[in-house]
Structures are given as C-alpha cells and as structure tokens.
Design a protein around this ligand. Sequence first.
Ligand SMILES: Cc1cc2nc3c(=O)[nH]c(=O)nc-3n(C[C@H](O)[C@H](O)[C@H](O)COP(=O)(O)OP(=O)(O)OC[C@H]3O[C@@H](n4cnc5c(N)ncnc54)[C@H](O)[C@@H]3O)c2cc1C
Length: 363
Amino acid sequence: MQVLVIGAGVVGLAIARAAALAGHDVTVAEMTGGIANGVSSRNSEVIHAGLYYPTGTLRARHCVRGRRMLYEFCASHGVAHRKCGKLVVATNAAELAKVQTILAQAQANGVEDAEMIGGNAARAMEVELSCIGALWSPETGIIDSHGYMRALWGEFEDRGGMIAFQTPVERMSYRASHWHVQFGGRDAGVAQFDAVVNSAGLGAQALTRRIEGYPAEKVPRLVLGKGNYFGFAGRPVFSRLIYPTPIDGGLGVHVTLDLAGRMRFGPDVEWITQENYAVDPRRAESFYARIRTYWPGLPDDSLVPDYAGIRPKLRGPGEGQADFMIAGPADHGMARLVNLFGIESPGLTASLSLAEDVVKCLA
Ligand SMILES: Cc1cc2nc3c(=O)[nH]c(=O)nc-3n(C[C@H](O)[C@H](O)[C@H](O)COP(=O)(O)OP(=O)(O)OC[C@H]3O[C@@H](n4cnc5c(N)ncnc54)[C@H](O)[C@@H]3O)c2cc1C
C-alpha cells in the first residue's frame, strides 16, 4: 500500500519505519523543517518501566512491551541509553501507602523486579535522599531520544521511505478507495494514498476535523498540560531517577538525568489554553518546596528555568487519567485511516509497540 504518515515525531517515525519494514511504500508529511520539533523534543527522555498505568489499558500494555522493544532496539542500533533505575520515594505514611499501591500496579502490569525497599536501603543507594521507604524499579532508564529518532529515520529511509518537510496536511477526503490529501507549504498540491496515519501530536484533533465526513462526535477534546523544567546549577548529587508520588495530571516534580549525568527537575503540571513554551521563573518557588520534601539539601538559588513541554491530554484537572486513543476503521467507520490522540507520556517508551499495532490496523 501507499501509506501516508502525518507527523515526524517519535511516534510517526516509529510507525513509518514499521510500515516500511512491513513492505509498504511510505511517505511522512511533516509541517516543520525537521524531525522531532513537537512534543518529542520536550520531554524527560525516560524509558518508563510501566509502573503506574491501570492494567489492561493501552498505556500499560504499550509501555511494558514498548520498553522491552526499545532496549533491544537501542542495543542493536547503537542508541545511547542507560538503565539507571528509579526510586519512587515516600516521605510520610500516606505516601508509603500510595507507593505500595504503585508496586501492586507494577506487578499486575508484569513489570520485572520492582520491589519495596526501606528508607535506609534507599539512602544507601542515594545518600542525599530523605524518605521512609521507596519503590525501586531497576528497569527504568534514560535514552538519547534524538539519537533514537535519527536511527528510526535512517532505517526508514534505507527501506525507501521519504519525509516531506515543510509540508502540512491541510485536509483529506476518501473517494473511490483512495485518500485524497491536500498538502500546503513547499510542495502544495493533492496526492492519493491507500492508507493514512494521523500522528500529528498536538495537531491531531485539528487535522481530524478537516477530514471530510469524519464523525465530529468522535474527535476527542484536546487539553494542554504544560510541564515546566528547571535545571540544577551545581554538581549532580543523584545517579538514579528520583520520583515523588504522582500528582493530578503528572508524575510529580522528579529528578531527571541526562546521559552526561546532569540533573534537572520537572515537569510540573500547568493547565494552559494556548501553546506557549516560556518557563515562568516564579514557578521555581513551588519547585523548591516540592523537591525539599525528598532532598532537604537542595541549595537556595540553584534552580534555573530550563524548558517546557506540552502533554496532549484528553482530560483536564481532576478528571483522572485518560488512556491513549488509537482510532481505527472499527471506531470511526472510515477505511484505512488511523488517528492517534492523547499520546502523552509514556509515548516515547511505547513508540515501537504502538507502531506495530497501528501497522496491523492498516491491513
Ligand atoms: C513534559 C513531557 C514529558 C514527557 N516525558 C516522557 C518520558 O520521559 N518518557 C516517555 O516515554 N514519554 C514522555 N513524554 C511523552 C512523549 O514525549 C510523547 O508521547 C511523544 O513525544 C509523542 O510523540 P508524537 O510523535 O505523537 O508527537 P510529536 O512529537 O508532537 O510529533 C507530531 C508531529 O506532527 C507534526 N504535525 C502536526 N500537525 C501536522 C499537520 N497538519 N501536517 C503535518 N505535520 C503536522 C508536528 O509538527 C510534529 O512534528 C513526555 C511528554 C511531555 C510533554
């Protein structure tokens, strides 16, 4: 089939590669001038183990399976990564109960080797840590996400695939067993495809509304959950990822590490109505308070505004967690069209697994 994948983020690239490996003739349309200019360049670069998500959800399944696939991919394609492990820490009795619930969830999800450890054992691993107990997840890691995306792109092109940059998809209609796709930008015009995957991240809903005949009630709401990061201006003190217990809309302000060992903190959750990526320095105040619950030694004036990312959420504050949404022909009634909605965390971890299922959906 001639397949069009819309969006060259990590999910679109993984789908394009999988479709090309399955023998399809694949084109990617990306409205910006390069790969990874959307959500995929503004995240924590964590390979999640799959601890939190309710068993049976797409997030749980694709996170656990995607994580195993991703470690294998990194090994076979030389993508830099480190299985550094992560501690989810409890600083009081209520949090300890919450962390125990997370462990039960992790075990139900089939996550390997997650276990509870005491405060002393946690401090033996990370001396600066203050906690009364923790969940230890050795399967969690970090990845050079840009190296990963370049590897996906390279393999995709080796299989004859092509990315058209500065090529926004403006509208689509299905006629006489083909998708007629109107492109804008550099090579404006109309082209035909047998199958289309909409993996446009924050643009997925807007694009779906421009598909002729698409049932309007099947387009989910888009809620923007901004996550701000602060860098740490000092010598790193942790060598593992440190997470507090989760908060509404996110995993809590955690310690993330890059492959050079640098420490940063975030993301928090800021509900916004319009895309903007500026980090308000005044948010540092709440960061100090939250981080000091598990790292009392955090020095004054050590946090510097870094970057922000925006989660393409399907639910707003207080509404609980939504699942990933993979809307195929059985959901919306249109042939050989898959729309992906709400691909927030753990979308990077889940990408290879999501890609496999989406390509099956196209048949
Ligand atoms: C703050 C934050 C932290 C996160 N941390 C992690 C983490 O540690 N681990 C993890 O596993 N996941 C994490 N995630 C989730 C992960 O980053 C996303 O799930 C993933 O990057 C989504 O990729 P995508 O390809 O769907 O979207 P994107 O990367 O946004 O790609 C979509 C692309 O579509 C293009 N596009 C949009 N509309 C059109 C159009 N009409 N025509 C053509 N192109 C179009 C955009 O330009 C963009 O390049 C995090 C997310 C956030 C926001």
